[in-house]
Design a protein around this ligand. Structure first.
Ligand SMILES: C[S@@+](CC[C@H](N)C(=O)[O-])C[C@H]1O[C@@H](n2cnc3c(N)ncnc32)[C@H](O)[C@@H]1O
Length: 324
């Protein structure tokens, strides 16, 4: 039976796979995240408001996920602006909900145009997006008609934003689990395609993280790992109190070749590295719905090839590999 909780219904599409994953640990992790969210007065109030406002919402027409802006042409809700303001900051997007635009910090279609060219174009895949934020790339991936697409992200705000969008867009076969990368142990050899973008530099142990991605795909499956990188041969280790681009949770910034090495070390074949050059302040910038510091504040104003700390400014790269 479908879940009447807006938030918990994001997990419903996984029910047919109960026998193929470690259900006990999925339940345990979800309950932990649920308790954390309900324990936060701020997020719990927003959860209740979303449940009241859209818990029983029925989409009024098909969503459009083909363009740069993911669009719900008409939604019939009078206070979308208030709901979206309560949910800020919006990191990935943009979205158009009726006449209301969710202008996110990242112009995520720019990343999508780099990454989508690298993906296998088969229908019926099981896909994971690890570090999916509010699900922008999962919604774009729906065009590939996956068997199922699952987003993983441990942050409460991401779960709420996903639940909100998921309800309005009405896209089937797309789920969200409030779990981090290391919880992929619950899905051994489960996926055909795993994307993990913008997450590696938040991991203390890069090799363990890539091994986890490897273990979660079936033989013949593909992993796409995208990250900020420093454009130099060696990765850059950040030792506190030093920071990289003001981030509190960046431990080692990979280099393009270190990402490629990781893929070889864990056993991928057909490893391909793609470098995309410097990240631009057109792609990542402050907006009214993400009103905090953004890339322009993280770069040295007199020399944008450096971060404010004097490190090499971020470039981006992706590595793609197949599991033998
Ligand atoms: C820089 S954002 C990238 C978002 C999106 N994947 C993209 O490429 O635009 C990093 C995301 O990873 C999530 N994240 C952080 N640590 C994570 C972990 N251990 N496992 C999965 N996601 C994580 C954050 O909550 C955030 O949504």
């Amino acid at each position: 039976m479908a879940n009447s909780s807006l938030l918990l219904s994001t997990i419903d599409p996984l029910h047919p796979y109960k026998g193929e994953c470690d259900l006990a640990s999925v339940i345990q992790e979800t309950k932990r995240a649920w308790r954390l969210l309900r324990g936060s007065r701020h997020w719990n109030e927003i959860r209740k408001e979303l449940q009241r406002s859209i818990g029983f919402y029925i989409p009024q027409g098909p969503a459009d996920t083909a363009g740069d802006v993911i669009t719900v042409p008409a939604c019939g809700l009078s206070h979308v602006d208030q709901l979206c303001s309560a949910l800020l900051p919006w990191r990935t997007g943009p979205y158009q909900i009726g006449s209301y635009c969710i202008d996110s910090e990242w112009q995520s279609f720019m990343k999508w145009s780099r990454i989508s060219a690298l993906l296998p174009k088969r229908e019926g895949m099981r896909i994971a997006d690890v570090g999916c934020s509010n699900g922008y790339f999962l919604f774009k991936l729906s065009k590939l008609e996956p068997e199922i697409a699952v987003g993983f992200d441990p942050i409460e705000r991401c779960w709420l934003q996903f639940a909100f969008l998921h309800k309005l867009l009405g896209i089937r076969n797309t789920a969200f689990l409030p779990m981090g990368l290391l919880s992929l142990t619950a899905f051994p050899q489960f996926f055909d395609l795993v994307l993990c973008m913008g997450v590696l530099y938040h991991q203390r142990d890069h090799l363990a993280a890539v091994k986890q991605l490897y273990d979660s795909v079936r033989p013949g499956g593909t992993v796409v790992l995208e990250s900020l990188v420093v454009n130099q041969p060696e990765p850059l280790k950040i030792i506190a109190p030093d920071r990289y681009a003001k981030m509190r949770n960046a431990w080692t910034i990979p280099s393009p070749s270190s990402m490629e090495d990781l893929f070889h070390q864990v056993g991928f074949k057909d490893v391909r590295l793609h470098t995309f050059g410097p990240l631009s302040t057109t792609e990542q910038r402050r907006t009214p719905l993400s009103p905090y510091e953004s890339l322009a504040d993280f770069l040295d104003p007199s020399d944008p090839s450096k971060t404010v700390e004097g490190h090499p400014a971020p470039h981006t790269a992706a590595v793609v590999g197949t599991k033998p």
